[in-house]
Design a protein around this ligand. Structure first.
Ligand code: IPD
Ligand code: CA
Ligand code: CA
Ligand code: CA
Length: 269
């Protein structure tokens, strides 16, 4: 009942955000630089995040909110034990650089956790406007219809693997890059949320990314685990809700192949 109320509201919020973004397309953007020259934020990211925060505060006062553009420093400083709390994790636009450059390949991500357990995850794919969601132990839905994977398992040779940019250009990820030799080919969208959608649709069989933040993966982890896929960091540890982490999401056999490769095989040039 509680989750249903959240679900009804989240769907309303996503519908408002979708209409808002569509109206904003092709307008001149206000773009600001954050930590580096290519770490950018637009007025649209900020307006969506502020809208979501306002809605959560109205309907669920007192619950914690971790949003990319307004990250709660108490959480970052570990002053709050989020494993004890009701926590919203939001990424108002995932794929901001894609939004700025092409207005394609971006998503809106919302997740809700209770005591560290993902209760509800939402990804709105802004190419198709499809909304994928999952509740804890209740499977995955696409536009509110039950969603089934094409196959519950897949090996690396059967599909594409996605990497993020740092895996491609940093020398230290050579061993990760060699996974590219074992799969059909290497891809990358620039949106962690859309990588989860690509996995759900078995366009890819694995996604490996260095340095993702909780808002990049909060919703995806819930959806992919509910779909029966596996997740960990590059060392095989469970993903955390704080700080930056490497991430592997994959179909079970691909996941085992990746970890076997990372543990056992020497770097090949
Ligand atoms: C980014 C995307 C991208 C990933 C970056 C993230 P943003 O999120 O998810 O795929 O490689 O690390 O920062 O900034 O566009 O929300
Ligand atoms: Ca960003
Ligand atoms: Ca993101
Ligand atoms: Ca973002």
């Amino acid at each position: 009942m509680e989750l249903e109320k959240r679900h009804t509201l989240i769907k309303e919020w996503l519908a408002v955000i979708k209409d808002f973004i569509i109206k904003e397309l092709n307008k001149e953007r206000i773009i600001e630089r954050k930590s580096h020259w290519n770490d950018l934020v637009t007025d649209v990211d900020i307006l969506i995040e502020n809208y979501l925060i306002k809605q959560i505060e109205i309907h669920f006062p007192g619950e914690l909110i971790l949003g990319e553009e307004t990250a709660d420093t108490r959480i970052a400083m570990n002053q709050i034990n989020i494993e004890e709390e009701r926590l919203w994790i939001i990424d108002p636009l995932d794929g901001t650089l894609n939004f700025i450059t092409s207005q394609k390949d971006y998503a809106v991500l919302i997740a809700y956790y209770e005591k560290g357990i993902g209760q509800a995850g939402y990804i709105m794919d802004m190419n198709s406007y499809d909304v994928y969601h999952a509740f804890h132990n209740q499977g995955v839905y696409k536009n509110d219809q039950t969603f089934q994977l094409k196959n519950s398992d897949a090996q690396l040779y059967e599909g594409f693997v996605a990497f993020n940019s740092k895996v491609v250009y940093l020398e230290r990820y050579e061993k990760i890059r060699q996974i590219g030799k074992k799969c059909l080919g290497v891809r990358g969208t620039g949106s962690a949320g859309l990588e989860a959608v690509n996995l759900l649709n078995q366009y890819t069989v694995a996604y490996l990314s260095s340095s993702l933040m909780p808002w990049d993966i909060g919703a995806a982890t819930i959806l992919l685990e509910e779909a029966g896929l596996k997740s960990s960091d590059f060392e095989g540890r469970d993903l955390k809700l704080t700080g930056s982490s490497s991430v592997i999401y994959a179909y079970p056999s691909s996941f085992n192949e990746i970890h076997h490769h990372l543990k056992n095989e020497k770097n090949e040039q």
